[in-house]
Design a protein around this ligand. Structure first.
Ligand code: SF4
Ligand code: SF4
Length: 185
């Protein structure tokens, strides 16, 4: 019985020592691998040395926003001439960054987008609004430099402005003329 106990104890000691040596070996190997990566950087040489970060703003680099990948999500732009005022972008925006107001326009069949504001202080550049825009008027530009000193300056306005009584009178007169031409007056 005493012999069996001594055998168990020596077996347990052996496996503990083996496990300890494995840990030491693994740690040493990890340190060596880090050195293989880091040392060439230290001496600015070696195949492993490649820049992964860039100084910003970089006074030397000739990179421009156009060098960014085609699907970059920069600041949004809305081509108001193509925007139908459907409000789908406003509805899908998860944090209410888009505000739209519409009125009747010169053509009763078309909506006049008087206000189209995007608040970039709320926008998370998720791109959902762009995906939702069927006419493709709303797009991400590659412009990523949007820093401002005043928070309100983060609001971009693309709307046409409110319809004035003078505009309504002019459009109504144009429609009357057009209708008279059609019936031959
Ligand atoms: S990119 Fe996302 S967060 Fe920004 S306005 Fe569009 S839907 Fe809203
Ligand atoms: S989804 Fe497009 S067309 Fe519709 S309101 Fe928004 S920007 Fe305009």
């Amino acid at each position: 019985m005493g012999g069996m106990g001594a055998l168990d104890m020596s077996g347990s000691l052996f496996s503990t020592t083996l496990s300890y040596l494995k840990d030491v070996f693994s740690s040493v190997r990890s340190i060596l691998e880090s050195c293989v990566t880091a040392i060439p950087y230290l001496f600015s040489a070696g195949e492993n040395r490649k820049e992964v970060t860039e100084q910003y703003p970089d006074p030397i680099s000739s990179r421009t926003a156009d060098d960014l990948p085609s699907r970059s999500r920069g600041l949004l732009f809305n081509d108001i001439d193509r925007c139908t005022g459907c409000r789908e972008c406003e509805k899908i925006c998860p944090n209410k960054s888009i505000a739209i107001e519409t009125q009747s326009g010169s053509d009763p069949a078309k909506i006049w987008v008087s206000l189209f504001d995007i608040d970039f202080s709320k926008c998370i550049f998720c791109g959902l609004c762009v995906e939702e825009c069927i006419p493709g008027s709303l797009v991400h530009t590659k412009q990523y430099e949007g820093a401002v000193y005043v928070l309100d300056d983060l609001k971009a306005s693309f709307g046409r402005g409110g319809v004035t009584p003078e505009m309504q009178a002019r459009w109504a007169a144009n429609r009357r003329t057009h209708e008279n031409e059609e019936v031959g007056f």
